[in-house]
Design a protein around this ligand. Structure first.
Ligand code: GLU
Length: 371
């Protein structure tokens, strides 16, 4: 889960979105994108990798606009790629989302049966389609977003814009942070304060189950059942650096305290309470291939290697299959005994650790299954 930023204003540059996304960079991300409405059309620009890639792309597309949203993605469903990067779109509806839609497969099937076509592997893409679906059935924009949120199970912070109603920005949250920034005749939305702190220090913290309609005249916060909520405006006195650390003295301390939520986020959408089932749709191994595994080798470097040492105990206890842990930098330079019946499990936060990738190619070329 990564970052969201958005604005509604008399006029702002795409630079505002880029700048906000850069302030959220510390949260980690694998791709980024923005959307603005201009002259009755929507411009969406996305790309894989670093924000500087997006910045380069925007050299040719920088523009002023009255409404826009931006996103940095930390992929949960679907690999990091341009097609999977946010914003996602259906007709004139454009959405950025942080979180996980747990029932996205069911909703995707339903929407496909009504003729909706999907172009990404993400859970997020169902959100703009669902909103669009309710609009085509006669709902107004805000009503359609509310109806869509009633259908969705999971965690979300979203910001939504609509080509046909460019004077409204709608945002909502459930188990994913979202703040609203109050400017002078302009309003902002962001997943964290640093993204907007240089524009305003007055914010409203949204609570779970709240939806906010933003126009240049003001913001209205409601619960999902339509009741208007009075919200307190908080003045932030943190410096930008303190804000990034959410008041903790060190990033490391912040990350330690975030671990329970990080674990919940990792598992959500992948475990079923009802059937006790586990869904690992990105694993690409059949049940038979998994049952044929005789030994697991976890290959990793640095912190991932330490996580692997813990994983070894958990996997051996649960699976009763021998598990070895290897350092990527050593594994790649010997002639490892690996082949049929072996499962190589590679851990890398960035997905780009060179030694770990070399181990992956080595294992795969010798006939091991690779995850
Ligand atoms: N689940 C969404 C995705 O994989 C959002 C991830 C995020 O929070 O950045 O695209």
């Amino acid at each position: 889960m990564c970052g969201i930023v958005g604005f509604i204003s008399e006029s702002k540059d795409t630079e505002f979105l880029l700048d906000g996304l850069k302030k959220l960079e510390y949260r980690g991300y694998d791709s980024a994108g923005i959307a603005v409405v201009k002259d009755g059309g929507i411009m969406v620009q996305r790309c894989e990798g670093k924000i500087v890639n997006l910045e380069k792309k925007l050299h040719d597309f920088a523009m002023e606009s009255t409404i826009g949203i931006g996103h940095t993605r930390w992929a949960t469903h679907g690999r990091p790629s341009e097609e999977n990067a946010h914003p996602h779109q259906s007709g004139g509806i454009v959405v950025v989302h942080n979180g996980i839609i747990e029932n996205y497969l069911e909703l995707k099937e339903m929407l496909k049966s009504k003729g909706h076509e999907f172009v990404s592997e993400t859970d997020t893409e169902i959100i703009p389609h669902l909103i669009n679906y309710f609009i085509t059935k006669g709902s107004g924009f805000e009503d359609a977003v509310t109806k869509a949120l009633h259908e969705i199970k999971g965690s979300y912070a979203i910001a939504v814009i609509n080509k046909d109603e460019p004077d409204k920005l709608i945002a909502a949250r459930m188990s994913s942070p979202l703040v609203i920034g109050i400017g002078k005749d302009e309003y902002f939305v962001a997943s964290d304060i640093p993204a907007i702190l240089s524009h305003t220090n007055e914010v409203i913290f949204l609570d779970d189950g709240e939806i906010v309609l933003m126009t240049t005249d003001g913001v209205t916060v409601k619960s999902l059942d339509g009741a208007v909520r009075e919200k307190e405006v908080t003045k932030i006195h943190w410096s930008p650096v303190m804000a990034e650390k959410a008041g903790y003295k060190h990033f490391m301390l912040k990350e330690i305290f975030e671990q329970p939520q990080a674990i919940i986020d990792t598992m959500s959408g992948r475990l079923s309470d009802e059937s006790g089932g586990v869904f690992l749709s990105d694993m690409n191994l059949t049940d038979d291939e998994l049952l044929a595994v005789r030994k697991i080798t976890i290959v990793a470097c640095g912190t991932s290697w330490h996580a692997a040492l813990v994983g070894k105990f958990m996997l051996e206890e649960t699976l009763r299959i021998p598990v070895e842990v290897e350092l990527g930098s050593e594994y790649r330079y010997r002639d490892p005994l690996v082949g049929d019946g072996d499962l190589l499990l590679l851990i890398s936060q960035s997905g780009e650790t060179a030694d770990t990738l070399a181990a992956l190619h080595e294992g795969r070329s010798k006939g091991a299954k690779v995850v």
